[in-house]
Design a protein around this ligand. Structure first.
Ligand SMILES: [Zn+2]
Length: 250
């Protein structure tokens, strides 16, 4: 019995020693791998922390933004005003405000492949998803769909082409072409890189900057809601007074 016990203990110790050397061998042999795995764990930790901070995906952020700020239709694509719009530099201003076109294959996004959302450079309105971007080899960023409600189409006066503008601010984006058979949606939004700004899916989307018209509308609606609320509370107060009166007469 004692012998069996001794053997078992020796075996146990031998296994422990073997595991120990095995581990140390692994850790020396794969020092760099261990470091990388440590790093990647850290990184995932950080990443999940970042995601927690952002909380919502771009889709959810967009839904939230649009719920609070329904767009004012802009059928003529008029340029809207706000002193809060992002300041535009050189060609950005020429493209967005005076409908200039950047030269093909010169913009920063014609061959850009990141995952995220393209927003209006002037008012931050989310316009296009990276998932709708495709390679058309035309030298400008191409999308076969827009984020619903954010892009307005205006036929050119000569009837040749259809201009696209940001619905929120009226800034010029480019032109839309149909029936070219590039994708199943058969649509190509040909957009100037200078009109848009890419936001990576890991970053939070900036707030939309509303034009003066929308701010006025929101203020009016708030005023209306406030006066209704006030009227409601006045009625309730009156009811209470009446109740008190009837109570006293009883
Ligand atoms: Zn805009």
């Amino acid at each position: 019995m004692i012998r069996i016990g001794f053997l078992a203990i020796t075996f146990g110790i031998a296994t422990l020693i073997y595991q120990g050397t095995d581990d140390s061998a692994k850790s020396t042999a794969g020092k760099s791998t261990d470091k990388t795995s440590e790093k990647s764990t850290d990184k995932t930790g950080e990443k999940s922390g970042d995601k927690k901070d952002i909380k919502l995906s771009h889709e959810q952020q967009i839904e939230e933004m649009f719920k609070n700020h329904p767009f004012i239709a802009n059928p003529k694509g008029e340029l809207r005003k706000s002193k809060d719009f992002n300041k535009l530099k050189g060609l950005e201003a020429s493209v967005l405000n005076t409908k200039a076109t950047e030269r093909a294959f010169t913009g920063e996004y014609w061959n850009h492949k990141g995952q995220g959302t393209y927003i209006c450079r002037k008012c931050n309105c989310p316009l296009y998803r990276s998932g709708d971007k495709f390679d058309s080899h035309c030298g400008w960023p191409s999308f076969d769909d827009e984020i619903p409600g954010t892009v307005t189409r205006i036929p050119d006066k000569d009837g040749q082409r259809v201009e696209i503008v940001c619905t929120n601010c009226g800034g010029h984006l480019g032109h839309v072409f149909l029936g070219e058979q590039f994708t199943l949606k058969n649509t190509r939004h040909c957009v100037n890189s200078k009109s848009i700004l890419f936001v990576d899916e890991d970053e939070a989307l900036p707030k939309i900057i509303l034009p003066d018209e929308a701010k006025k509308r929101d203020a009016k609606e708030k005023e209306k809601a406030d006066s209704l609320k006030k009227a409601g509370s006045d009625d309730k107060a009156d009811e209470k007074k009446d109740d008190a009166k009837t109570g006293s007469s009883k």
